[in-house]
Design a protein around this ligand. Structure first.
Ligand code: AMP
Ligand code: ZN
Length: 119
């Protein structure tokens, strides 16, 4: 299933350019156009799922494959030992702006926790 006006479905379909760094049967990953770290990849299912709230029965393997891709990309980019962060935002309050689920993979720099400014 895809959504006609979904940016990330267009990348999956090859209708929009992206620097694709990983592909499998169910998942692709590409570099974020507004990178927040030396490595900032977005890992997405080929299947359109709008938010975490829309993950359904039967999608468990696909969602698991997002993490398998994160692990593989982190190793490929030399991040595995130093560490890296994976995060998925859900809906507006969390900062989701593209409504096709995507795992952010960030690495190559030290990151603070919690991930919001103090105060
Ligand atoms: P989020 O705010 O969690 O929904 O993340 C959306 C991410 O998609 C942001 O980090 C954007 O910089 C990134 N983004 C938006 N359009 C594109 C695009 N065409 N190619 C690559 N990354 C994109
Ligand atoms: Zn989509």
């Amino acid at each position: 299933m895809s959504s006609a006006d979904c940016l990330f479905c267009k990348i999956v379909a090859g209708e929009l350019p992206a620097e694709i760094i990983y592909e499998s049967e169910s998942v692709i990953a590409f570099r974020d156009i507004n990178a927040k770290a030396p490595t900032h990849a977005l890992i997405i299912p080929r299947q359109h799922i709008a938010t975490i709230n829309d993950i359904g029965e039967g999608d468990e393997a696909t969602v698991g494959h997002l993490y398998m891709a994160a692990k593989a990309i982190a190793a490929e980019e030399g991040l595995a030992d130093d560490g890296y962060r994976v995060v998925m935002n859900c809906n507006e309050a969390a900062g989701q702006t593209v409504f096709h689920i995507h795992l952010h993979l960030l690495g190559g720099r030290t990151m603070g926790w919690p991930p919001w400014p103090p105060g």
